[in-house]
Unconditional design. Structure first.
Length: 69
């Protein structure tokens, strides 16, 4: 068997084996934890208000839409 001719197949098989072995030895996923909806957190007093970005642009006319389509 000529190894140089079959190098692509060897690389693909190695990748498949590596992927399968990663899933085989991975620990089990932890249970889903849902936060309680009754708890309310107040925002710190020294924090500034959230910044808002407003994008203003003119709408395309029917002629411009037709040109891009």
């Amino acid at each position: 068997m000529n190894v140089a001719k079959n190098m692509e197949v060897i690389a693909v098989v190695a990748a498949i084996l590596l992927g399968a072995s990663c899933y085989a030895i991975a620990p089990a996923a932890p249970a889903l934890q849902v936060a309680s909806s009754t708890a309310t957190l107040a925002a710190p007093a020294n924090k500034a208000a959230m910044q808002v970005v407003v994008v203003k642009a003119k709408r395309l006319t029917a002629l411009e839409k037709a040109r891009f389509a």
